[in-house]
Design a binder for this molecule. Structure first.
Ligand code: HGY
Ligand code: MN
Ligand code: MN
Length: 414
């Protein structure tokens, strides 16, 4: 199948999957929801067409398997996440899943059986939007998911465990989702770059060298709700005004340090009435850096500043540390395999690091893991304007197919 044909099928499927959402008019697909279930059902049909068997594990990962000549051989795993942010683009996550399905489909169409099984994982939750913890699916596969996270609740007070049971999963059988050490030969994730580098250098794809670490915190500031017309300014304990000072501190502190980024992505002012002084403000923090020391010292400084701002304003303050993921290095062997495949496909070899987090970070602690980035227009992501080209999608599938066939070659350097 030509690159363009591979790309056409891929893009049509990405469009179709991109229409499965909890909301009208925007893409919002959270874990353990009817939209998640509908997305699994759709991707499953494509996996079956590609000659794969499929299963959904106890944490809600969909896993397709293309049997190998030796079913007991360690698995070559492909894949990415099936969940999305709110008002998302349609490529962040699904591209990696469907490129994997397309590569296996090409093998199946050619009647090729590799010496090892190939699996494609559609991880249940990577964005961590619903439950503010991430990598639920990939961590379960690695056996590193802390059962305590199952008690984390969403904004409606539903815990992960409750959502999982309602979804048909089983929080008591997480251990069954875990793979045995050594049973995954390597994990390769194809993902849009979500940044401007490949486009600026006119490269369709690039090899990821490292993924920066990330910290997520939940801050609650408690002041005193009151009448917007009668409470003099000097007597107020306005939680939202305090949050505003925190947001500007985060922006200034991160802007002043190269490679450090900080984001307050969500804020809730309560009770949220036009004529009531906000008695409570809830805000989320996302702090990232390629260097873990740089990130953790920034987090500590920001935590101290939040406490200082709250004290000066007579606000109560609680800070929850929701997520901490160290920076990850992509396995040299994956980088080597990808470079060899790019050269064989007549493509320039380009290396770059990742500012965004990915399931590869969780997998990297369990097996050799790596990523292939695909150019995206303007580097735009986490936005419905996210876009890639048919050719680039096809090129990514071609490269993955080449890696799989290279690995099947007994002379392959593993
Ligand atoms: O937030 C991230 O970096 C990823 O998109 N989950
Ligand atoms: Mn992603
Ligand atoms: Mn994302």
């Amino acid at each position: 199948m030509s690159t363009a044909a591979l790309g056409q099928v891929l893009m049509a499927r990405l469009d179709q999957l991109g229409r499965i959402s909890a909301d009208d008019g925007r893409l919002n697909r959270q874990p353990f929801t009817p939209a998640h279930r509908a997305a699994i059902d759709l991707v499953r049909t494509w996996m079956h067409e590609a000659g794969m068997t499929t299963r959904v594990d106890p944490i809600g990962n969909l896993i397709g398997r293309y049997e190998g000549a030796d079913p007991s051989a360690p698995v070559m795993m492909l894949g990415s996440h099936i969940d999305t942010v709110v008002d998302a683009g349609r490529y962040d996550g699904p591209l990696g899943i469907l490129v994997g399905v397309a590569a296996v489909g090409a093998l199946n169409e050619a009647g090729e059986r590799l010496p090892f099984p190939v699996e494609v994982a559609a991880f249940c939750d990577e964005e961590g939007v619903r439950f503010s913890t991430t990598f639920l699916g990939s961590k379960a596969i690695c056996g590193t998911l802390d059962p305590a996270v199952l008690e984390i609740r969403d904004r409606d007070g539903i815990s992960i465990a409750q959502a999982l049971v309602a979804f048909g999963g089983d929080p008591t059988r997480l251990a069954e989702a875990a793979y045995a050490p050594g049973s995954i030969r390597a994990f390769l994730e194809v993902h849009i770059e979500q940044g401007p580098v490949l486009e600026a250098e006119d490269r369709a794809v690039g090899i990821v060298t490292a993924i920066q670490g990330q910290s997520r915190l939940a801050v609650v500031l408690d002041g005193m709700a009151g009448h917007a017309g009668t409470v003099p300014m000097a007597h107020r304990r306005d939680a939202l005004a305090g949050a505003a000072e925190v947001i500007l501190f985060v922006e200034r502190r991160c802007a002043a340090t190269p490679d450090l980024v900080g984001t307050v992505g969500r804020i809730d002012a309560q009770p949220g009435a036009v004529n009531v002084i906000p008695g409570r403000a809830l805000l989320t923090l996302d702090i990232r850096a390629p260097n873990d020391g740089l990130r953790s010292s920034a987090v500590e400084e920001i935590v101290q500043a939040i406490r200082r701002i709250a004290a000066a304003r007579g606000l109560g303050c609680t800070i929850g540390r929701e997520h901490d993921q160290p920076a990850a290095t992509c396995a040299p062997r994956l980088q080597r395999w990808l470079a060899q495949a790019l050269r064989a496909e007549g493509l320039p070899v380009k290396y770059l690091s990742s500012g965004a987090g990915h399931d590869t970070m969780a997998m990297a602690g369990f097996c050799p893991a790596g990523m292939l980035f695909v150019r995206c227009k303007g580097g735009i992501s986490h936005n419905p304007l996210e876009s890639i080209t048919i050719d680039d999608a096809g090129t990514a599938a071609r490269v993955v197919l080449r890696v799989l066939r290279d690995l099947a070659d007994p002379k392959a350097r593993t």
